[in-house]
Ligand binder design. Structure first.
Ligand SMILES: Nc1nc2c(c(=O)[nH]1)N[C@H]1C(S)=C(S)[C@@H](COP(=O)(O)O)O[C@H]1N2
Ligand SMILES: [Mo]
Length: 328
């Protein structure tokens, strides 16, 4: 592994979603300073991360090729060990290396997703039903975190559209709201209070209905042909590859069709830093760092960030006539 010298490190590498400085959150950000320092040291290769965790998982049989183009440009998937040990999942830990050990015994069965709201046929789906909604496909996508690092993840999943079709959205439905499990016993940071509570729980995300119905938008149930581990959002999580990683909400228990733009966790935390749309865009900087380049986990190489994370051919038409600076 190639470790960069500290003076080669760009500020984009040492930034973190938790370090926002809106007035309301200033004190909390200061309280979180210690773990931010650890993250910085880890980036610099000076902090020995917690032991990497390897867990056996069930193999998913009969994974089909993708039914939509993957536009991978020959990029290689990131190593399994990195995908499963360098994570953002604040319900477990604010340290990327700290998530895997804490998620090791996460219980994700039985599991259900409530699909409700502005639909003809609301329904509670259990995991067996979710695995059978549609053939499970290889969806090897780039994942671009707003913190300016990226990976290539060979997800196994199915189009979210296939699930939404089953509940028959009403014509009044314009947006889709998602929620992560809310269970402090299983997601330990949800039991923290006051200054020690990193976010408002449960974690929430949302998409416009046309974004949710887009063929690239999937619910993922596996990685590298095996069922998801806790750290990656077991047993089922959203993946929207042209948006910053925080849109791809993990361990989903609720999906609600609504008529107004829903509240989303990071947008509420720091509205000037994390927009509802969060489309990957090298030209629209985060207030505290550039988004023009990214560091690829595993090879540590820098590469240019692409508009819509390299999926512009497939998704740019969703945003015709929209000012991407205003709707960032
Ligand atoms: N519930 C929940 N979902 C979440 C997060 C989180 O903290 N909690 N982090 C997000 C962020 S910032 C990123 S970059 C991706 C990381 O996914 P991965 O750890 O599987 O690579 O998950 C997203 N989904
Ligand atoms: Mo992220």
């Amino acid at each position: 592994m190639l470790i960069k010298k500290p003076d080669d490190i760009k500020t984009s590498e040492i930034t973190d979603e938790k370090l926002y400085f809106s007035r309301r959150n200033f004190i909390r950000a200061v309280a979180l300073g210690t773990s931010a320092t650890l993250t910085t040291l880890a980036y610099r290769g000076l902090f020995v991360p917690e032991e990497k965790v390897l867990v056996n998982q069930e193999v998913i049989s009969n994974v089909q090729p993708s039914s939509t183009p993957l536009n991978l440009n020959g990029e290689e998937p990131t190593d399994f060990i990195d995908i499963t040990n360098y994570n953002n999942f604040y319900e477990f830990s604010l340290s990327k290396q700290g998530v895997a050990p804490r998620a090791k015994n996460f219980i994700s069965r039985p599991w259900t997703i409530n699909v409700e709201g502005l639909v003809n046929k609301p329904k509670v789906f259990d995991l067996d039903e979710l695995f059978k909604i549609s053939p499970l496909e290889d969806r090897t996508y780039r994942l671009r975190c707003v913190e300016a690092w990226s990976m290539v993840v060979p997800w196994v999943g199915f189009p979210l559209a296939k699930l939404l079709e089953k509940v028959e959205p009403l014509s009044s439905a314009k947006y889709v709201a998602f929620e992560t499990l809310n269970d402090p016993e299983r997601l330990p940071n949800q039991s923290k209070t006051g200054l020690f509570n990193p976010l408002d729980w449960p974690y929430k995300e949302g998409l416009r209905l046309d974004e949710a119905m887009h063929p690239l938008t999937i619910l993922a149930v596996g990685i590298y042909g095996k069922v998801l581990l806790g750290q990656n959002g077991a047993p089922i999580r959203l993946v929207v590859p042209w948006k910053y990683g925080f849109k791809s909400i993990k361990s989903i228990v609720k999906i609600k069709l609504v008529d107004r733009q829903p509240i989303t966790t990071w947008n509420v935390e720091a509205p000037n830093e994390y927009g509802f749309y969060a489309n990957v865009n090298p030209e629209v900087s985060h207030p505290r760092w550039s988004q023009a380049e990214e560091r690829r986990i595993g090879d540590f190489a820098y590469r240019d960030t692409k508009l819509f994370n390299g999926y512009a051919d497939q998704v740019a038409s969703l945003y015709n006539n929209m000012d991407l600076r205003k709707y960032f």
